[in-house]
Design a protein. Structure first.
Length: 96
C-alpha cells in the first residue's frame, strides 16, 4: 500500500547491501526525506524553499552526478535528485 509521498512504502526497507554503491556516499542518507520529496499539501512557496534547501545539500554531495543521472534514466517523477527538481528533470528530458 502506498502512502501519500512518492517512493514511500510502509513495509519496504532499504538495507545497505541493496543500495547502489554511489548511494552509500550520498549526503542525503541521514537527512529526512521530507527535505527532498514534496508533501501532498505543499504550496508553491513551501516547495521553492524545500527545493532550495535540498539543492544546497546536493551541491556539496560527492555523488551528485550519478544521482542526477539515475533520476533521469529512471524518470523519477518526484523529489530533488542530484540537485535537479522535477521541473529541472522534465526540461532536460524535453531537450533530448
Amino acid at each position: 500500500m502506498r502512502t501519500g509521498r512518492a517512493g514511500r512504502y510502509p513495509d519496504w526497507r532499504i538495507t545497505p547491501d541493496l543500495l547502489p554503491s554511489w548511494h552509500r556516499q550520498a549526503l542525503c542518507g541521514g537527512i529526512d526525506t521530507a527535505v527532498f520529496f514534496p508533501a501532498d499539501e505543499e504550496c508553491p512557496p513551501q516547495r521553492q524553499h524545500r527545493e532550495r534547501v535540498a539543492k544546497a545539500i546536493c551541491a556539496a554531495c560527492p555523488v551528485r552526478r550519478p544521482c542526477a543521472v539515475y533520476a533521469l534514466v529512471h524518470r523519477e517523477l518526484h523529489g530533488v535528485w542530484g540537485g535537479l527538481s522535477e521541473a529541472d528533470r522534465r526540461r532536460r528530458l524535453a531537450r533530448t
